[in-house]
Ligand binder design. Structure first.
Ligand SMILES: Cc1cc2nc3c(=O)[nH]c(=O)nc-3n(C[C@H](O)[C@H](O)[C@H](O)COP(=O)(O)OP(=O)(O)OC[C@H]3O[C@@H](n4cnc5c(N)ncnc54)[C@H](O)[C@@H]3O)c2cc1C
Length: 317
């Protein structure tokens, strides 16, 4: 007979870890956290630059944390270390390198299908974030320059002339970091930044004034082309520039198809449907973290969802 877990959590980011820890501390007996990457917190590992400052009240949104996870301001590294220690201390059962493909409800039991195994559970929390599918521009990226067009900093090499695209804190932080070793332009289609925290905005303006980087605001990109193996970027102000690399930092997308395969329903704006307890229309199936907010999710918000959901599961036991 296959074990029926009390709770299976899909996704080992802040939402998933928060749920696993709360569940363990509050006495839910059998819990499994399934993560597709080879370690937890793939969004933090892949998209945060090294030594990135991590704000608890991200983008100025203050979250009062209640529960067992005592997350506070730090860096990428201190945040990952903290999550490591939570998973180790609470001895959370994990399945890494396991991508969930679907969740099927059958006689009040959920069957969770991964690429290489199957599990069953009484309750399921889906906390898969949105960065598995980073947003892409609407124009074509020619395959011949795909290697030079990226969505994080992994492939950037010191000395390259790089165009950063985006107007949020991620784009700003990438541009500030890269400007220490590269020739950087930050392109944002609006004429002003409206979503930056004070520090990032001040640094960007200062760096622009000191010509450590260039801000190209109020212009949009029309197309990318291959120019002798480099990226020719055509802007809508009539000019073009050749870059060695283009990095888009324009957020992520809700993985609608996957969530549908888990039995989650959507409204006409393609927002997943769930109630005040983050429970979907399939009773016992919850959404936490970035996939449960329209925009502007944060680590603290994901932890707070997790706390709320675990308390709701316990109340209904
Ligand atoms: C560049 C950048 C900087 C940021 N800076 C901050 C900051 O300073 N402070 C802050 O509070 N927030 C910050 N954020 C936002 C924060 O990272 C997110 O709000 C938070 O990570 C959301 O947590 P989550 O658990 O919902 O999803 P995620 O962190 O995205 O975790 C989802 C996990 O699910 C896994 N997964 C996905 N699909 C599957 C599947 N099918 N099967 C199994 N596993 C799956 C993924 O591999 C991943 O590990 C930043 C985001 C970015 C991109």
């Amino acid at each position: 007979m296959q074990q029926v877990y009390d709770l299976i959590i899909i996704g080992g980011g802040p939402g998933g870890i928060g749920a696993a820890v709360e569940a363990k501390v509050l006495g839910i007996e059998s819990i499994l956290m399934i993560e597709k990457g080879d370690n937890h917190s793939q969004t933090i590992r892949k998209f945060y630059k090294d030594n990135k400052r991590v704000d608890k009240d991200y983008k100025g949104v203050v979250i009062e944390l209640v529960g067992s996870v005592d997350f506070s301001d730090g860096t990428k590294e201190s945040t990952l270390n903290y999550f490591d220690s939570l998973l180790d201390n609470d001895e959370i059962d994990t399945a890494f390198n396991a991508e969930v493909e679907s969740v099927i409800k059958d006689n009040n039991i959920f069957r969770i299908v991964t690429s290489n195994a199957g599990y069953t559970a009484k309750n399921v929390i889906v906390a898969i974030g949105t960065m598995g599918k980073p947003n892409k521009p609407s124009y074509k990226i020619p395959p011949s320059i795909k290697e030079r067009v990226n969505f994080n900093l992994d492939k950037c090499i010191g000395g390259e002339k790089i165009l950063l695209v985006g107007g949020g804190n991620s784009a700003a932080e990438y541009a500030i970091e890269l400007s220490k070793t590269n020739i950087v332009t930050l392109n944002y289609r609006q004429t002003k930044f409206t979503r930056l925290n004070e520090v990032n905005e001040k640094t960007l303006l200062e760096y622009n004034g000191q010509e450590k980087l260039r801000l190209r605001l109020g212009t949009d990109i029309l197309s990318l082309e291959n120019e002798n193996g480099l990226v020719k970027v055509e802007f809508n102000d009539g000019y073009y520039t050749i870059y060695e690399r283009v990095v888009y930092a324009i957020g992520g997308t809700t993985p609608v198809d996957f969530l549908r395969k888990c039995g989650i329903t959507f409204d006409d704006k393609l927002m997943p449907i769930f109630d005040e307890n983050y429970e979907s229309e399939q009773k016992g199936l919850y959404l936490a973290g970035d996939i449960a907010v329209k925009s502007g999710g944060s680590i603290a918000m994901a932890l707070s969802h997790a706390h709320h959901i675990i308390n709701h599961i316990l109340k209904n036991k």
